[in-house]
Write a protein that binds this ligand. Structure first.
Ligand SMILES: [Zn+2]
Length: 241
């Protein structure tokens, strides 16, 4: 693929993603919760940060914006609908827009529900999507500013990106999500097998993301919900767990 993608684990369970486009030499950061570990990792790799892309306004996705911009002079792109809550934004985008990183282009997908203006970035040619807090490994984001119907539609929009698409989410929630998923579908063998692998990885302190659309279609109870009502019931049960 024409992108090099490096994970920077920060705070208790956030993943910030450094995305390098080698033809142009541009480097972009997705959802920097904080600045110092991101700046350090970029320096270690010899990558010069030229852009930040935000998926939504939550502080654990935007908290590093100002400091990274101050140090690097980068341009910050994020959801127009949340511009008031992300005062560091330079470029406002909405669903259907295209955003460039050097020689490659991502398309913006509007995925409201976790927040009202939440967006995802999809690199179609590179088969990679940065989904923030919308889709997680075996989970989905909480419905803070939207409805189960919106999240159900988001699952359809992300599913449509294709099985091979790598999904870069913003948190390591996989173990807890998987335990909940097993209560929903105790007889799902793909899920049981995935959980065995996840337990081993987490025991070793290793990450379980990115995931893929194919894996989520097979094991994610929110992507697998057959109706809005079913997704809503599962979300409520997970919130109460
Ligand atoms: Zn969030």
């Amino acid at each position: 693929m024409a992108l090099e993608i490096v994970r920077v684990p920060v705070l208790s369970d956030n993943y910030v993603w450094l995305v390098h486009e080698p033809m142009s030499g541009e480097t972009m950061v997705v959802d920097p919760a904080v600045a110092p570990p991101v700046l350090e990792k970029a320096e270690e790799l010899g990558w010069k940060i030229s852009q930040i892309w935000n998926t939504h306004w939550h502080p654990d996705h935007t908290g590093g914006n100002a400091e990274i911009k101050e140090v690097t002079g980068c341009t910050i792109t994020g959801p127009a609908a949340e511009a008031e809550r992300i005062p560091t934004l330079d470029v406002q985008v909405k669903g259907g827009d295209a955003v460039r990183l050097g020689e490659v282009t991502a398309h913006v997908i509007h995925v409201p529900a976790h927040t009202a203006g939440h967006i995802a970035f999809h690199f179609a040619d590179e088969k990679a999507a940065f989904v923030g807090d919308t889709l997680f490994a075996m989970g989905c984001g909480r419905l803070f500013e939207g409805t189960a119907e919106q999240m159900f539609n988001n699952m359809r929009a992300l599913e449509a990106l294709g099985d091979e698409t790598d999904i870069y989410c913003a948190h390591e929630y996989t173990l807890s999500n998987g335990r909940f998923a097993l209560t929903v579908e105790p007889d799902n063998t793909a899920l049981a097998q995935r959980m065995e692998e996840v337990v081993v990885l987490r025991d070793r302190g290793e990450p379980t993301v990115p995931t893929t659309i194919a894996l989520e279609k097979a094991t994610n109870p929110f992507m697998r919900a057959r109706s809005v009502a079913e997704l809503a019931a599962r979300r409520a049960a997970k919130d109460a767990a």
